[in-house]
Design a protein around this ligand. Structure first.
Ligand code: GUN
Ligand code: FE
Length: 445
């Protein structure tokens, strides 16, 4: 494969690079991208609960701990007890992710090994990178949805890691795209013995770890009263705050705790839509970035109801702008940040988080999420010549262009911004992961 055309990527935070009419050589078939389309690295979703796709957009009026008991645990248990349902839900989820340009996804699954293997296989079959977390939880409000002891839970985590790592795609041998991730659900559902054991397992095998940290008021208060300390201390003393760790949310982390996350080299999955429902506080995104924390974006389906990372990008910008607005209006200077520096992030920074930022947290390499030499070819082709980006008037008037021809047409920051604001899945023409075209099926069985 050889591509000739416009490439767009974000090599560093806030930097958008348009590589006009470039030649990209991931293989040896030549393909010229027409004017009005460009290649962009695929999106990374750093936090998604696969079984909760079943009931996306339900019960969000409840506080987190109640929502988990009344919806999440029940739905997950249902999927664990019905492999056919798991297959249907997970294959549909995989198709939706492809449609939305998500080329790599960090997933929370369920407790049962076989169900998580179905999940991993569905993602492999769809052709995307999946980091699959078998849930570890030896405490729960539901006696029928819990592991019997820390020992049993640890053995199950190790067994899943082995079996997931050895999965191969029977269809077209696009192997190696599913990786196991140790997944202590969150502090309230894990004993100290389980957490310490998972910390040890991660160190021994170099496995990634994911969890939820400092997410909501009811959860933070629960941990404080039961454990006498904050989430971050519980994770840290269990050796679960390492460069292999990705923690979702972290809305209740103070600036000094964010420094600790940075020191440990851990990453954060920022899920702004979910935060708006479950977290009383917005995530301190600018402070995290300034402190050098690795950050990417997550949808947190079904705490967030939208599976599209383009939604997460827009929400991240909107929330950060409200934070900056509140600072200006109320003249509150947040701790440990220079007065002059805005708390808001812009669309280019959000695009970085959705691509390069996410890819780097997943250990895909320093160049990952960009078109630099040595990066895996994970790309999506975006067509701007679509009515989604032709709405209204403005700097971009494609309808006129159709009459004038595309002779001196040139891709610009403004055109990409317009797509970032108005575009949707209809602009996505095709996608590749690890240099291979990802098939896209629009209709569900
Ligand atoms: N904390 C523990 N489990 C969950 C979950 O399923 N969703 C969210 N948003 N937070 C959690
Ligand atoms: Fe979550």
């Amino acid at each position: 494969m050889i591509f000739i055309g416009d490439l767009v990527h974000c090599p560093s935070l806030g930097k958008l690079e348009i590589l006009r009419d470039h030649v990209l050589v991931p293989g040896n078939d030549i393909s010229r991208i027409p004017k009005g389309t460009f290649l962009l690295p695929t999106f990374c979703d750093l936090h998604l609960h696969a079984p909760q796709f079943l009931y996306q957009g339900t019960g969000l009026h409840l506080p987190l701990m109640q929502w988990l008991n009344e919806y999440a645990f029940k739905a997950e248990e249902r999927i664990d007890n019905d492999p056919d349902l798991a297959q249907r839900v997970y294959s549909r989820l995989a198709r939706r992710l492809v449609e939305r340009g998500t080329g790599a996804v960090l997933l929370f699954g369920t407790i049962k090994e076989t169900t998580n293997l179905i999940l991993a296989q569905c993602m492999i079959d769809a052709g995307i990178r999946a980091f699959v977390g078998k849930l570890s939880m030896d405490r729960s409000s539901r006696p029928t949805y819990v592991e019997a002891s820390a020992e049993i839970s640890l053995a199950a985590a190790a067994s899943f890691a082995d079996r997931c790592a050895s999965l191969e795609n029977m269809v077209d041998s696009h192997a190696g795209l599913a990786k196991p991730v140790l997944t202590p659900r969150f502090v309230p559902t894990c004993s100290d013995e389980l957490l310490t054991g998972l910390g040890r397992l991660s160190a021994e095998r170099g496995l990634l770890v994911q969890s939820h940290m400092a997410e909501s008021l009811d959860q933070v208060e629960w941990v404080k009263s039961e454990r006498g300390m904050d989430d971050i201390e519980v994770f840290d003393r269990s050796n679960l705050l390492t460069p292999r760790t990705i923690q979702a949310h972290c809305t209740f982390l103070t600036p000094s705790s964010l420094c600790k996350v940075a020191e440990r080299g851990s990453a954060i999955a920022h899920c702004p839509l979910s935060n708006a429902y479950f977290s009383a506080e917005p995530f301190r995104l600018r402070e995290a970035l300034d402190n050098g924390v690795k950050v990417g974006l997550g949808t947190d389906v079904a705490g967030g109801y939208d599976i599209d990372i383009m939604g997460s990008m827009r929400q991240a910008v909107a929330v950060s702008r409200m934070r900056e607005g509140a600072r200006l209006v109320h003249k509150v200077a947040p701790d440990a940040i220079q007065e002059s520096k805005p708390l808001s992030v812009d669309w280019k920074e959000a695009l970085y988080l959705a691509t390069t930022g996410g890819a780097r947290t997943l250990g895909l390499g320093e160049e990952s999420g960009t078109f630099a030499v040595g990066a895996a070819f994970d790309a999506q082709c975006i067509n701007l010549m679509n009515e989604t980006t032709c709405q209204g008037t403005g700097p971009l008037d494609f309808l006129d262009r159709e009459h004038e021809g595309m002779g001196n047409w040139e891709l610009s920051d403004e055109l990409i911004e317009k797509w970032w604001c108005l575009g949707d899945f209809r602009n996505r023409v095709s996608m590749w992961v690890q240099g291979k075209k990802v098939p896209r099926t629009r209709c569900d069985p």
